[in-house]
Design a binder for this molecule. Structure first.
Ligand code: SF4
Ligand code: SF4
Length: 151
């Protein structure tokens, strides 16, 4: 009889994952590359439909991945040392979900085995965002999204 092996994300905590496992958690949705606005009074964070200029809108990937931290001061590398900051991530993000003890969504590529499932399910920003270069900064507030993209 062959014992069934549980997927690693069900049996390992985030700190227990190796680099490959950690990287595989990213579903490629591109949502974390959307610009966010913070309410100075409450600290509340609002996502907009405006994307970083380096986001590839079709692939939902970074066009300058290796040098992203030098090119964009607000871009961060998700790491164990920043776990306490993960609350700003979209609620569908696997890093945030696992940190909060929640399951991965059924469309997650790790579950479907297909990296396109995030796009096919409408869970990515593919062709749904505007480049930051095309929107004056004083108009960003008009681009706050609530429920438009299932964050
Ligand atoms: S929001 Fe999370 S899952 Fe989506 S691209 Fe960013 S890190 Fe990956
Ligand atoms: S530099 Fe790349 S990873 Fe960082 S926010 Fe822009 S598109 Fe996303």
């Amino acid at each position: 009889m062959i014992a069934q092996v549980s997927p690693y994300w069900l049996v390992k905590t985030l700190p227990e994952m190796n680099r490959e496992e950690w990287e595989s958690l990213c579903d490629g949705c591109g949502k974390c590359c959307l610009q966010k606005l913070e309410d100075e009074d409450t600290g509340d964070l609002y996502y907009t439909d405006i994307a970083c200029q380096y986001l590839d809108h079709n692939a939902c990937s970074c066009g300058v991945y290796e040098s992203r931290l030098e090119k964009v001061s607000s871009c961060i590398s998700l790491s164990l040392s920043r776990l306490e900051e993960f609350s700003w991530l979209p609620s569908s993000c696997a890093y945030r979900l696992l940190l909060e003890g929640k399951p991965l969504p059924e469309w997650h590529p790790l579950i479907t085995g297909d990296k396109n499932s995030v796009h096919q399910s409408g869970s990515s920003v593919r062709n749904r965002a505007i480049c930051e270069n095309d929107v004056p900064e004083d108009e960003w507030e008009d681009h706050i999204i609530e429920g438009v993209i299932n964050l």
